[in-house]
Design a binder for this molecule. Sequence first.
Ligand SMILES: Cc1ncc(COP(=O)(O)O)c(C=O)c1O
Length: 359
Amino acid sequence: MTRLTRADLDALPAYVAGRNVADLARDLGLTEAIKLASNEVPYGPLPGVPEAIAEAARTVHRYPDMGVVALRDKLADRYGVRPDRIVTGCGSVALAETLAKATCLPGDEIVHAWRSFEAYPIIATGAGATGVRVPNTAGHGHDLSAMADAITDRTRLVIVCNPNNPTGTSVRRAELDRFLAQVPDDVLVVLDEAYREFVTDEQVPDALETYGDRPNVVVLRTMSKAWGLAGLRMGFLVAQPEVAATIRKVVTPFSTNLLAQAAALAALDAEDEVTRRCAVIIAERDRVTEALRKLQLEVPASQANFVWLPLGDRAAAFGAACESRGVIVRAFQPEGVRVTIGTPEENDAFLAAAEQALA
Ligand SMILES: Cc1ncc(COP(=O)(O)O)c(C=O)c1O
């Protein structure tokens, strides 16, 4: 057969999205199932967001503002950086792709931890680069000294996921300081802080505040999680102006769509509610962690809105057992299972399913 696509993509695992909740409920004959598989916040859109979307919907026959000026200005104000340092995109995952495109030529390397966000190897291969996976420590966190050692002359990008998806672990300031001092000046370091709003450990630095001014650091943030806009796709990065300008050249035009821009502007006006929701999630994260430890499970301390169960090759069976009880979790066979923190009722349902699954 004539080959029409790149042969190296055959070996690439497809991105696995969480199972559809309505399908599972139907299959199990339940009125509803619970999805704790995609790290969303369960409390609906933020106040003011649906109205802003409805208003913006009246002009969707027009292209959005390609410069994303109003939103970048507002983000700049909120995060205390100049607007020319901000690039927005169709989710932060698209910005990670753009970063790979902006830094790597075929054969160049992207160093990242493993297991970490499953999109990283896909992004590396998609860009024609080589993804270099550095195994996590025994404590399920980034091995930053091994990551520094993995940097070669071909390395263009290093990604640090803090807190790490899916293990929930985080790296602290002293470790990161040491690591950043070891990275050559011509290698871009991406600090992916998709879950920053859930961090409570004061020793885990806010990368924007602590490292934002370093020339080779890019901070990646998303509005999909704490800000409740997963379905609209809105992420942003903060880089030095020259780096941001180059990234803007290769980002897909108009990829921060009209509704996403309007919704993000409205969401930024509802930060008090974000803070309130995150506090509930954080309290629940600690409660769920404790309950799981009482079931004799190892649960690394999480700084995100999910917990990690390093069940090894029991991961798939545990995931299937939870699913058969109407709770969708995310199994990464043969490493572990990631469980998103939901509402207190959803978490109770998961804990009951977990207890039965282990019995
Ligand atoms: C670590 C990390 N980075 C980035 C993303 C992508 O977020 P989005 O593309 O929705 O902004 C995710 C989503 O799960 C994530 O876990």
